[in-house]
Design a protein around this ligand. Structure first.
Ligand code: PLP
Length: 401
C-alpha cells in the first residue's frame, strides 16, 4: 500500500482531522483498516450507511444501473429518478420532490423555495427565516447562517441577512420572533450535531400552529433523523406533526451521495424551469441506489427492528453506566443515541472516542460532552454487543489514565 495517513496532511486542504488509521473495507457493521485490524462501526458514516457496508442489494443496484446509464443531466429525465420520486411521495406527506447531492444543498433549496414562495405570494418583505440555537443545517453560506452555531459562520461574513435564532424547544421565544415577514421556520426534530436533543411534541405542534397563523413554511430538517433512523421512515411521523417541507439526505443513498426536498403541490409551484437546479440532482446512479435503500428501509418489519435494536443498545449502555457512572443522561430515538457525560468528564468526549477506536469501536461525538451513536440500522446484535464491550474497555482505560 502506498497511501498513508501523513499524505492527508500533505495533500488535502485541512478541513478535517481524520483518525490515525485508514479504513479500507467493510462488511455489515465491521470495518477493517490497512493492517486488517477490525472495528465495530457505531458511526455509520455519520448516520449515512443505514444498511451497513457492502450490502448486496445496494451493490447490485449500483452495478446494474452503472451498466445501463450513469448520467445524462437534467435536460432529460430518467427512469430511476421517476421511480424514486414516486416511492418518496407514496410513503410521505409530499406531492413533489426535488433532488440534489447533499444535506446542505437540500436545505439551501428548502430556504430558497420558502423565500421564492413568500416573494411570489406576499411580496419581497416576507423573507425572514427563524432557526434555532445549536442547530446544524449544512455548510453552504445560507445553511451555515441558518445553523445556530456561530463558530461555523462568523469567519465567513458578510452572511445572508434575515435569519433569527431562537432557543430550541422554547415556543414563547418563537412566538415573539415570528411575524408577517417570516417566510419559514427551519427545525431539526432532533438536534443531531447539537447534542442529540429531541424537540418536545408540544414544541413542534406549537410551531405548526404559529407557521399556519403567519403564513410561514414549516421546514423539518430530517437529514440526520430521516430514512428509518428513529424507527419511523421520518421522525415527523412519530411526532404526529406534518411539515410543509422536509429535507432528507445522508441515509437516503446508503452511502451514495444524494439529497432531496419533499413538499406539497402548494409550495412546489414556486419553482419553475430555471429557478433552481443542480447538475447531478436526480442522477440515475444515485437514484437507483436510493430507490433500493428506501424500498428495504420502508418495510414495517425493518423499521420495527430499529426499535428493538434501540432497546438492546440502551440496556447495554445503561449497564456500562451502572458500572462507571460517566453518563449524566442518555438521549435517543431509534438508533440515534447520545450519551451526555457527567460534570466530572466535561470536554472529554473526543478523548473517550479516541481510546474506543484504539480498542476497535468507532463512536461519534456531538459537541465536546456527548458520545453519539448512529450505526447501521441493520447492525447485528452480535456486533452491538462486541462494540459495546470494546467501548466499556475504553471507558475503563480512560478512567484509569
Ligand atoms: N442537516 C443536518 C441535520 C445534518 O445533520 C447535516 C449533516 O450533518 C446537514 C444538514 C448537512 O448535510 P451534508 O453534510 O450532507 O451537507
Amino acid at each position: 500500500m502506498s497511501e498513508s495517513r501523513s499524505d492527508f496532511d500533505k495533500y488535502l486542504i485541512p478541513t478535517y482531522a481524520p483518525a490515525p488509521f485508514i479504513p479500507v473495507r467493510g462488511k455489515g457493521s465491521t470495518v477493517f483498516d490497512q493492517q486488517d485490524k477490525d472495528y465495530i462501526d457505531f458511526v455509520g458514516g455519520i448516520a449515512v450507511n443505514a444498511l451497513g457496508h457492502s450490502h448486496p442489494a445496494v451493490k447490485e443496484a449500483l452495478v446494474s444501473q452503472a451498466e445501463k446509464l450513469c448520467h445524462m443531466g437534467n435536460g432529460y429525465t430518467n427512469e430511476p429518478v421517476l421511480a424514486l420520486a414516486k416511492q418518496l411521495v407514496k410513503h410521505t406527506f409530499a406531492d413533489k420532490v426535488f433532488f440534489c447531492n447533499s444535506g446542505a444543498e437540500a436545505n439551501e433549496a428548502a430556504l430558497k423555495l420558502a423565500r421564492k414562495f413568500a416573494n411570489d405570494n406576499f411580496g419581497k418583505q416576507k423573507n425572514e427565516v427563524i432557526s434555532f440555537e445549536k442547530s446544524f443545517h449544512g455548510r453552504t453560506l445560507f445553511t451555515v447562517s441558518a445553523g445556530g452555531q456561530p463558530k461555523y459562520s462568523e469567519d465567513f461574513a458578510p452572511l445572508p441577512k434575515g435569519i433569527k435564532h431562537a432557543p430550541f424547544n422554547d415556543l414563547e421565544a418563537v412566538a415573539e420572533l415570528i411575524n408577517e415577514n417570516t417566510c419559514a421556520v427551519i427545525v431539526e426534530p432532533i438536534q443531531g450535531e447539537g447534542g442529540v436533543i429531541p424537540a418536545t411534541t408540544e414544541f413542534l405542534k406549537g410551531l405548526r400552529v404559529l407557521c399556519d397563523k403567519h403564513n410561514a413554511m414549516l421546514i423539518f430538517d430530517e437529514i440526520q433523523t430521516g430514512v428509518g433512523r428513529t424507527g419511523a421512515l421520518y421522525s415527523y411521523m412519530q411526532y404526529g406533526v406534518t411539515p410543509d417541507l422536509l429535507s432528507t439526505a445522508k441515509a437516503l443513498g446508503g452511502g451514495f451521495p444524494i439529497g432531496a426536498i419533499l413538499t406539497t403541490d402548494k409550495f412546489a409551484g414556486a419553482f419553475s424551469p430555471g429557478s433552481h437546479g443542480t447538475t447531478y440532482g436526480g442522477n440515475p446512479l444515485a437514484s437507483a441506489v436510493a430507490g433500493k435503500v428506501l424500498s428495504i428501509i420502508a418495510e414495517p418489519k425493518f423499521l420495527a427492528e430499529v426499535g428493538r435494536k434501540h432497546d438492546f443498545f440502551i440496556q447495554q449502555l445503561e449497564a456500562i453506566n451502572a458500572r462507571f457512572s460517566v453518563f449524566k443522561s442518555l438521549r435517543s430515538a431509534g438508533l440515534l443515541i447520545g450519551c451526555e457525560l457527567t460534570e466530572a468528564h466535561q470536554g472529554k468526549a473526543k478523548a473517550i472516542t479516541n481510546i474506543a477506536a484504539e480498542e476497535g469501536a468507532l463512536v461519534l461525538i456531538a459537541g465536546p460532552n456527548v458520545l453519539r451513536f448512529a450505526p447501521a440500522l441493520n447492525i447485528s446484535d452480535e456486533e452491538m454487543q462486541r462494540g459495546l464491550a470494546r467501548l466499556e474497555v475504553a471507558i475503563k482505560r480512560y478512567l484509569e489514565a
